[in-house]
Write a protein that binds this ligand. Sequence first.
Ligand code: SF4
Ligand code: SF4
Length: 570
Amino acid sequence: MIPAIYTEKTQCRDCYKCVRHCPVKAIRVEESSATVDHDLCIFCGRCVDVCPAGAKKVRNDIPRAKQLLSIREKVYVSLAPSYAAVFTDGEQVLIDKLKSLGFTGVSETAIGAEIVSLEQKRQLHNGSGACISSACPSVRLLAQRYFPDAAKKISGITSPMIAHGRYLRRLYGEDIGVVFIGPCIAKKTEADQYPDTVDVALTFKEAAAWIGECDGTIKADRISAEKTGFVPFKAGKASLYPVDGGMIRSMGNSAPENYRYFHQSGTAQLMDTLRHFSEIDEENYFLELMTCEGGCINGPVSHTDEASITRRARLFDTWEQRESCSSLDFLPADLIDSCWNIPVTPGGAYTHEEIEDALNALGKISREDRKNCGGCGYPTCEEFARAFLDGKAEKEMCVTEMRKIAQNKVTALLHTIPMGVVIADEKMHIVECNRNFLDLFAQIPFEPDLEVLKRVEGKSLSSFLPKTDAFRTLLERSETMEKIIQIDGKVMRGNFFQIQKGRLVGAVFQDITAPAVKREMVVKKAEEVIRKNLESVQQIAGLLGENAAETEIILNSLIDSFEPGEFRRS
Ligand code: SF4
Ligand code: SF4
C-alpha cells in the first residue's frame, strides 16, 4: 500500500517550499525532486497544504472503502468529533448520507475518546507520574521519532480511533468493517498499523467528495425512513477532544487534583516543549499535545475554509448539548493498550569536522558564504550541511551558491569573448559590460580594469552609443536584431537580444573593419559561394537523373501498350 502522503514526482517544481515548511525536514531532494521520507515524516500534512504545484498528495482511500462495503456484510463509520465543526447540515443529515453510501451505522469516535479519558484518569489517580497524551498520532510520531526521552512519558493508552474501533468490534462482532472518517492524515498512517481494528481511514474531504459523487442518487425516502441517529448511543463530553484543551476539559472534575494540566498545539510549540522536556521538574503534570494548531478542528483535510473561530464555536454549540456519558461500563485492557511501535529516527550525529567538511563541499568556506538565508529550505547553512550528510539535500539547493557559480560563469564568458558586450536595463543604463565594449566605444587610453568596469555600471548607454533605439525595441520584443553601426570611421555589426522582457536587453558588437574580422568574412563568403555552386550542381544532376528515369518510364509504357509479339524488348 502506498503511504498516506506521497509525491507525484512529475509535478514537483523544485521550489523547496515543502522543505521550508516541513517541521521535521522529512523531505528528501534527489535529482531535483522533493519526495517525502516516510521514515522521518509525522504526517502533519503541511507539505500537502503548501505545495504550489499540488505535487504532494494524500492517498485516496475511497476505492478501499467501497471495496470493504462490497465484501463485508456490516460496515460501521467511526466519525471523528470534529464533524460538528465542519459539516453544517446537522448530524442526522450526515448520518443519512453516510448510510446511503452503504454503511450499516454511524458511530462517534468520541466514544473512543470517552474510553481513553476514563482510563487516563484511572492511571493518573494511580499516580503514574508525568504524562503526555497519546490521542494525536502525529504527536506520537513526533515524540517517538525525534524526542525519545520525552516519548517515554507518552501515555500507553491507545488513541480514541483505535479504542473506538475495538469497542465497535466488541459490540457488533469481529467480522464487521470499520471506516474512520476525520480531518487527519496521520490517522491514515495509524490505521495502517492496526488493519484488524480500523480497515480504512478516510478524510473529511474524501467523505464529502464521495457523498457529492452520490448525492444525486441518494433516495429521499431512504433518508427519511432511517433516522436512527448515532449508534450505539450519542457520545458525551469527550466530543470536545478536537479542540486543544478539550481532552483535559472532558476529563472533568473527577481528574486527580494533585496534577497540573497543560495543553499545547502546533508543531513549533510542541517541538520546543519536547526539546526542553527534561527541564520541567514537576512530577505530577499532564500534557495534552496536538500537532494541528488549535486542535483537530483545524486538521489538514477538513473540507472547509471557514475561520478557525467559526469551527470552534460550532463545535462548542454541539458539545454544550452533550450529557456526561455513563454508558461505558467495560474497559478491558486490550481495548486501551497501545501497541504502535515507532522506531527512533537515526542519523544526524555528526562531528564538528564532518559538518565543516560538508560546508566546504557545499561552497560555504568563509563566514560570508554562510548566509543562513533559508533559500534551500533549511534554517541555517549548518542544518543544510547536516541534511546533505544525511543524503536528504543536494548541493544545487543552495540558491546563493548557484547564483554565485552562475555569476562567475557569466563574468568569465563576458571577459573572454573577443567582442564588445553590454547589458542595459529598461532605463537604458548599463548593468554590465566587458573590456572589449569599452575598447570599441570609449577609447580609454589604457586597458580598463575591473574597477573601471564597475564605474561604468549605471551610466547611460547614450554616453557610449549614438543611438539606443534597437535596445528599446527589443525590450518589448523577444527576438534578435542585427544592425550595422558606423562610428568614428569604424563599421560595427551589432547583434541585439532581449534578456528579460521590459527589464533587460543586451548586445554584442564586432568591429567588421578589423583585419581579422575581414579575413573571417572573406572566408565565409568563399564558403558560401562554394556551397551555392555545389547545390546547383546537385540540382542539375538530380534533374538529369529524374529526366532519364522519366524517359525510361514513358518508353516502357509505350512498349507495353503494344500487343505482345509486335515488339520484342531487347
Ligand atoms: S507531512 Fe509534515 S512531516 Fe511529513 S513531509 Fe509533509 S510537512 Fe514534513
Ligand atoms: S491534531 Fe488532530 S487532526 Fe491534527 S494531526 Fe493530531 S490528531 Fe490529526
